[in-house]
Design a protein around this ligand. Sequence first.
Ligand code: NAP
Length: 464
Amino acid sequence: MTALEVAVVGSGPAGIYTAEALIKQTAALTPPRAVRVDVLDRLPTPYGLVRYGVAPDHPSIRSIADYLRNVLEHSDVRFLGGVHLGDDVTREDLLASYDAVVYATGAMRDRRMGIPGEDLPGSYAATDFVNWYCGHPDSEAGAFTLDAESVAVVGVGNVAVDVARILVRDPAELRRTDIPQSVLEALMASKVREVHMIGRRGPAQAKFTTKELRELGELAGVDIVVHPDELDLDGSDPTGQSAQLAGRDRRVRGNLAVIQDWASRAPGAGAERRLAIRFWLRPVAIEGTERLSGLTAERTRLDEQGRVTGTGQVETIPAQMVFRSVGYQSVPLPGVPFDERSYTVPNAEGRVLGPDGAPLPGEYVAGWLKRGPTGVVGTNKSDAAGTVRSLLADLTGEGSAAARPSRTPFGDVLVARGVRPVSYLDWLRVEQAEAELGGSLGRGERVKIGDRAAIEALCRPPAG
Ligand code: NAP
């Protein structure tokens, strides 16, 4: 029997875990079925948010990167970088070339707050800042000059924690990480002394995880400030929702213990930088004209139904920069169904559903594009395995079509479109160059190259 041919669009964790699940689950079939998986990415570089989302001072992620690397190096998996679904190839091309297509393009757009002043100079999406410090090729090296003394970070999820930590951490501690050299220099020159992280609900409703939160308190030279009145679980919450959450969720209990501990400490004397973690404040406007001057927020409480509501009392936090870290959103893929309310691809256990609610043959979805931007990197492993179970049930299970229609080789499509993909071996030249850069700068194992032209030159040297 011929090998099953599957295209996975997106080489982030969801895409690569999908490739792995395809290899493992086809091998476990009786009899085993051969499979060939092409993992496409619009970027010349693989690994998605593992390379361009995980903060440089979180190297424990390295083991995940090594795991994903093993999948890409499997003989039945091929990396095709620099191939954009939309600009280079179409959904129809993929469906004509493969037995099945799995969309795993994640969530790469930031959500907006919808308040006045959001587009003022100095107001940014946290995703742009994350892209910058991770050396994303879409981000310019000079995209951020940290000349603000006071910064507001809106949102109390793990991305907000990452952004706040990178802003207040002593940049000398980042020297041994893979942070791009230009970013390290910008952080060395940073004037930021005060960061305000702002939650629109209470500490029990905050989304961050305890390990990430606790890390903020371990930063040298950083004073953590919390307002004891904002920790009163019942004061702003007549329903008792906060206490219930704390009762049943270990993460919430852990977060509250960490925050209460900070509240009970005397302010540190002479700390270089200050991080204030604020709650029950809903941003209503970003202030300023030519330059941003502050963030105005309304104090909130929960109403009888447990919904957040304003009290009319406002406060302006002085800030010359604002980062909105209020979640990611997926973007629609050309021709692929998309639900504009949930910002996901409508699906049933990973099977893409058409407008009539019926599964579209050969089309599947995995990761954040399937379920929204939640969970940690590893969450995508079980998510991808679920999608692959659906795919194999449809393509190899009882009643699946035995005859395989003739396919257009995808290589022919790429040639016809003038697209020269970046192979895994091409990509390894970037890894090599990053290791050499780390050595030549005396900074350690590896320093990321973020410049798109430099990456392109390494991946696609002139032929001949
Ligand atoms: P998130 O966890 O969904 O947090 C978003 C935050 O923004 C919430 O506090 C939310 O408050 C707030 N928010 C939403 N709309 C708002 C508005 N209009 N005004 C004010 N606040 C608003 O999203 P994320 O931080 O982007 O993280 C995405 C995923 O990546 C999460 O699963 C996260 O755990 C994961 N991640 C993990 C790590 C790690 O493991 N180290 C690092 C980074 C990201 P409400 O709850 O009130 O809506």
